[in-house]
Design a protein around this ligand. Structure first.
Ligand SMILES: CC(=O)N[C@@H](C)C(=O)N[C@@H](C)C(=O)O
Length: 868
């Protein structure tokens, strides 16, 4: 059957009219015993490429089949081979001990027959690596076989191979610096995360680098070692001990936590912290509540845990409480079996009320610090000077909790708890939301970040400081809000995190991360002069993030859109940053040669200029398949706006756009007005204008790229998650003829229904320009504003086929948002396909889910780009 391949028929539930057209075009009998009509088309219906002009399947000129004859014997032989080669268990995209064909799309060339058994015996990774390298060497791009229609050459197997290739690139998650006794010898322990598609999980591994700082060389580097069950691993200040919190499944399969103390040679003890029954689970490094810190004297470990809940029993439970149970507990627990404990929302569902705990390392006993106010959930705790107390962030959880994930503006205070006097005091100002308290190495200064305690979910932060002994005399802002900044000027502090050690040894300079335009930058702040200087070592690529500081040594993670993450080590000279010394720790990190990227500046057209914030520009990052500009062909374009809306594409290595571009698409990530890193005015400019200003910014960014001839304006698709999904669904409603396909992941589609169901009601009010307070109710006027800003407003105009990807456990943008949209598209006869992931929440980031979503989106785009 040389030269004959079979492709799957368009499915009637995906694209009825195309299916009908193909059925007619085939010219098979429509009546009688062998009738071939739309209702007989199912997932096992194939058509031979000989049915198409040219004999190789659909082309732009001839997208539909013509009558042709393939013998039943040929078809049966193909089917037999497919049955033999198909994976026996389910049909996940990666059930591929042998490459299988996909059975859902009308356009995929079934290549199962093209693989020999010998090929399949080879290690998949070697095979993929080799195939890609070779293809890149030969053609400049592995998938630009047909340069005029690059997407057409992308087959299911090719995408899976590309996906596997990218899973080989690990991402750095943390690094810590330790000085050995000989001060010049430094060790850097790094932790990395890598997708393991076969195990369907992310693998964590550690690598340790030993450096000679005086000679500026890496002396040795350990091989990667998988470390999967550590929740915390923190060295004591002297480096002599380590406290490790480990999670392990017990015989019943429940997660248990054990706290271990290690010295330089062995484990000293293990404490079954849960067995002590003092508190619930210890909180991990979640970026919100979690912290885990040795006291300066190394006798205690401070951490944050979930509060212990009273044991609840039914009214009919005959088993009496034990004699030792307090009578108060007896009363409260009876009938509390179904009591509602509110949690902190999306991805923080295990936390309701937290407690601060101190473990005595010597005795293994744990004390829960009792003086934290009842209406406060504490977190981010650090030891105060002399270990005499604890400084922490307390989030106010009355009258109720609002989702904390991605929301920096939640009402909170910096508190100090004096352990000896059992006295608590507020350090920070009223009306603020605060984060990341950090003491200087000399214990003289305390800094933290603060923003307003209302309004947008992320914004420009102030850096606040007080002299600890004179804290009652007041606080001063070291960095204030920056409303707007000219090119190259500091746009203000925008960050999701601050390293645990953030000060340099002089207790004057701090090293922080911030978004600065479409880039993550490391900055050094002088707390005396209030100056901010970027640290841009030659060894660093586009985006940098400081991971740890020790003395004046820093370790920085670097990457760019086409450069996989790697680490550099530096010794800073604060008075003359230019003379700082740098060393690259990984001598090998993958540069992806299949694509290039560039930053594009955009100025809104005169009709789009904001009436109050008139001088705002914005940027985008464009990924371009290599070779697409050389041979004059234009790639199809994926417009890919970020979520939030107060978030940013920072030019770090990003998995999803990288895979898209590697498969032959240009990808445009737009930092529309409202993104982080462009000053506070930009953030404020979008409030009350979502669904309009952001939509138009994205559309014009795509127009500009097309006008410049960088992408094909007849082949544009859109993709986005959350607020990015809101933009995707708005764009196809407002520009019905512009996009050939859309993929929306947990999209916000209807604010009027989202307001009653999301964990961040405040977001809905704020983004439509309304003020939120805990007792605010929606009324007809507010509801109509919400409706006007919603994608469903223009659903009747939508013609673009939509792929929805939905996490059924999403608390942020509840699945009902997608399902409501799906129903309306169905009713309007618009092609729609909906993938639901039962155990996923908002990010859809589990390895298997991410893979399924990403590959399905590429297939969806290809299908609709070819079926014009
Ligand atoms: C604040 C927030 O979570 N907003 C959502 C609607 C959203 O867009 N989330 C972003 C951060 C995401 O990418 O998930």
């Amino acid at each position: 059957m040389q030269g004959v391949e079979f492709i799957y028929f368009p499915q009637p539930n995906v694209d009825y009219s195309k299916c009908e057209k193909w059925v007619t075009a085939c010219g098979r009998p429509t009546t009688g015993k062998h009738a071939f009509v739309v209702k007989n088309v199912n997932r096992n219906t194939y058509i031979c490429t000989k049915h198409f002009v040219g004999g190789k399947g659909p082309t732009a000129e001839y997208p539909d089949p013509i009558p042709a004859v393939v013998s039943n014997a040929e078809l049966e032989a193909f089917k037999r081979r497919k049955r033999r080669k198909s994976s026996s268990s389910g049909d996940s995209t990666f059930d591929s001990s042998v490459p299988t064909t996909d059975n859902r799309y009308g356009y995929i060339v079934a290549k199962a027959a093209l693989y020999s058994e010998a090929d399949l015996d080879k290690s998949i990774h070697n095979m993929v690596g080799h195939a890609l390298t070779k293809a890149v060497e030969e053609t400049g791009h592995p998938y630009l076989e047909d340069s005029n229609t690059p997407h057409r050459s992308v087959s299911y197997e090719t995408i899976v191979e590309a996906y596997r290739y990218f899973t080989q690139l690990p991402e750095v998650t943390s690094a810590s610096i330790r000085a050995e006794e000989n001060e010049n010898i430094i060790s850097v322990q790094s932790m990395w995360s890598q997708r393991d598609i076969d195990r369907k999980e992310k693998t964590s591994f550690g690598r340790t680098y030993v450096l000679d700082a005086a000679k500026n060389v890496v002396v040795s580097c350990s091989s990667p070692q998988e470390i999967n069950n550590q929740v915390w691993n923190v060295a004591s200040p002297s480096g002599k001990y380590r406290a490790i919190l480990r999670k392990q499944k017990d015989k019943k399969g429940d997660d248990k936590q054990y706290l271990e103390i290690w010295n330089a040679v062995q484990k000293v003890k293990t404490i079954n912290v849960e067995g002590l029954e003092k508190h619930g689970k210890i909180i991990s490094d979640d970026g919100h509540f979690g912290s885990f810190q040795w006291s300066r004297a190394e006798g205690h470990v401070l951490y944050v845990a979930e509060k212990k809940r009273p044991k609840a029993s039914s009214f009919f439970d005959s088993k009496p409480f034990s004699e030792s149970t307090e009578s108060k507990e007896k009363e409260t627990a009876r009938g509390d079996e179904f009591l509602y404990y509110q949690n902190w929302g999306e991805q923080i569902t295990e936390q309701s009320s937290t407690v601060l705990c101190v473990m005595d390392v010597e005795t293994g006993t744990v004390s829960v610090l009792e003086s934290v106010p009842e209406n406060v959930s504490p977190g981010q705790a650090v030891w105060a000077p002399d270990d005499a107390g604890v400084v922490f962030i307390g989030w106010i959880h009355e009258p109720y909790r609002l989702g904390l994930k991605h929301c920096v503006q939640r009402r909170s205070f910096v508190y100090h708890l004096d352990i000896q006097k059992n006295k608590i005091e507020k350090i920070s100002e009223d009306g603020r939301a605060v984060r990341f308290p950090r003491f200087s190495p000399d214990d003289r200064w305390l800094v933290y970040l603060d923003t307003l305690d209302s309004g947008p979910h992320n914004m420009c932060s102030r850096l606040m400081m007080c002299e600890w002994e004179r804290r009652h005399d007041g606080l001063k802002p070291i960095l204030d809000i920056v409303n707007s900044a000219k090119e190259e000027e500091f746009p203000g502090l925008f960050t999701w995190s601050v390293p645990v050690h953030t000060w340099l040894s002089d207790s004057i300079h701090l090293v922080l991360n911030t978004f600065w335009g479409s880039r993550s930058e490391v900055v050094v702040v002088n707390t005396q002069t209030k100056s901010v200087v970027r640290v841009r070592p030659d060894l660093a690529s586009w985006s940098s993030t400081v991971l740890d500081i020790h003395g004046n040594h820093v370790v920085i993670g670097c990457s760019s859109p086409n450069q996989a993450p790697y680490l550099i080590f530096g010794t800073l000279v604060p008075s003359d940053l230019g003379s700082s010394q740098w060393l690259r720790l990984d001598n090998k990190s993958e540069v992806i040669t299949s694509f290039e990227w560039q930053i594009i500046q955009h100025s809104p057209s005169s009709d789009r200029v904001h009436p109050k914030y008139g001088n705002l520009d914005y940027e985008s990052i464009l990924y371009l398949p290599k070779g697409s500009s050389v041979n004059g062909s234009k790639p199809p374009l994926i417009l890919f706006p970020h979520g939030g809306p107060h978030s940013v594409c920072d030019g770090s290595f990003a998995f999803q756009p990288a895979v898209y571009c590697h498969c032959g698409f240009a990808v445009l990530l737009v930092n529309f007005r409202g993104s982080l890193g462009f000053g506070q005015d930009s953030i404020l400019s979008i409030l009350g204008r979502i669904g309009d200003q952001d939509v138009k910014d994205c559309k014009s960014a795509a127009d500009e790229v097309i006008e410049k001839g960088l992408a094909d304006g007849t082949k544009v698709v859109v993709c986005g998650g959350s607020h990015g999904g809101f933009l995707a669904t708005h764009l196809i409603g407002q520009y019905p003829d512009y996009f050939k396909a859309a993929c929306a992941r947990n999209p916000v589609t209807n604010l009027t229904s989202m307001v009653g169901t999301t964990d961040i009601i405040s977001w809905v009010f704020t983004e439509v320009g309304e003020t939120f307070s805990y007792d605010t109710q929606v009324d007809a006027t507010i509801l109509s504003k919400m409706w006007d800003a919603s994608p469903v407003r223009c659903i009747k105009q939508v013609k673009t086929p939509v792929l929805l990807q939905v996490g059924l456990k999403d608390l942020r943008v509840p699945p009902s948002q997608s399902l409501e949209y799906w129903k309306m598209l169905k009713a309007n006869g618009v092609p729609v396909r909906c993938l639901t992931y039962p155990d996923s929440n908002h990010p859809l980031s589990e390895v298997e889910v991410e893979a399924d979503g990403l590959i399905n989106s590429i297939l969806w785009f290809c299908q609709h780009l070819t079926s014009q």
